[in-house]
Design a protein around this ligand. Structure first.
Ligand code: FES
Length: 130
């Protein structure tokens, strides 16, 4: 019998402040270097902020240099389209890059690096993106 992993309450999550929303260009990105690797922060036209590993699931292209459109980014190398909320490649392509929970308070942006759904880890669904 399978038992579900306990969910982490939002109040228990360790958030790491990584700057201001104003540090991220609209329809662009900014890279944050972390112990888990480079994380790309993306800002949509609606000022939503998402964080993904800066590595395309195809051949590790730098997603931070891609084109943001809607809630997706197109990889600059071969044009795969990646969902910013989940890191999933849009069909017909298949694959996923890591996703990090984001919190925006006022203009401040924080990441829950310990809750990240990185390519080598499991997500605990700490944010509302998935
Ligand atoms: S490395 Fe991103 S589409 Fe090929």
């Amino acid at each position: 019998m399978e038992t579900a992993a306990p969910e982490t309450a939002i109040s228990e999550i360790a958030w790491t402040h990584v700057g201001s929303i104003d540090d991220i260009p609209v329809l662009g990105s900014r890279v944050v270097r972390t112990a888990q690797g480079d994380i790309a922060l993306f800002r949509t036209a609606a000022d939503e902020i998402f964080a993904l590993e800066d590595s395309c699931p195809h051949k590790n292209g730098p997603l931070s240099q891609g084109i943001v459109h809607g809630r997706r980014v197109t990889c600059p190398l071969h044009g795969w389209v990646i969902e910013l909320a989940t890191g999933e490649a849009v069909a017909p392509d298949e694959g996923r890059t890591g996703h990090v929970p984001v919190r925006v308070e006022g203009r401040g942006v924080s990441l829950a690096l310990g809750e990240a759904k990185l390519s080598r880890g499991g997500c605990r669904k700490a944010c509302g993106h998935v």
